[in-house]
Design a protein. Structure first.
Length: 170
């Protein structure tokens, strides 16, 4: 889990560096649609794939995104926070076993829910620093919860201890 999340987070952060400076300056669009296919045509395969996924899975609003190398990142600030939080917490749980308190996980999800929810239904406009911070916290909480379930599955799995089992008598 750690390798997968760390590689993905690194690719998302590095994608703007794989594109000539100033090539992708406004990717604003809609979730669930490929609004920017024409902008990605000239990209090499790796950044193309990363930006293509971002185009479908994120609104990519320019004012809610970070810029690196004068290029907009393929995902908004909140999503970048989620990916980095998942990677960091996955790294921790690779080496540390723990029992998760579901109430703490829920509490860690409250800030992202409040920040995004209030912004959705009122005039309030969050900022990218708060978006990435709430994303980091939520991503870390989700990684801890996912790891908790993986550990539980591993504990429930029957182990082969090399014992020979004879077939039942007939």
């Amino acid at each position: 889990m750690f390798v997968l999340t760390a590689v993905w987070a690194a690719l998302v952060v590095l994608a703007p560096l794989m594109v000539p400076a100033g090539t992708l300056t406004d990717l604003s669009g809609r979730v669930g649609f490929h609004d920017n296919d024409l902008l990605f045509e000239e990209l090499s395969p790796l950044p193309y794939a990363i930006y293509w996924v971002g185009d479908a899975e994120c609104h990519q609003l320019a004012n809610r995104s970070f810029f690196i190398n004068d290029n907009q990142m393929p995902f908004c600030a909140r999503d970048v926070g989620l990916f980095v939080g998942l990677a960091l917490a996955s790294g921790v749980v690779t080496f540390v076993r723990y029992k998760v308190n579901p109430l703490l996980v829920l509490a860690a999800l409250v800030p992202i829910g409040l920040d995004g929810g209030i912004q959705l239904v009122t005039e309030y406009e969050s900022n990218n620093l708060l978006r990435v911070a709430t994303g980091l916290l939520a991503g870390a909480a989700l990684a801890l919860l996912l790891a908790h379930f993986i550990f539980a599955l591993q504990e429930d799995r029957p182990r082969d201890r090399g014992e020979r089992k004879d077939p039942p008598c007939q």
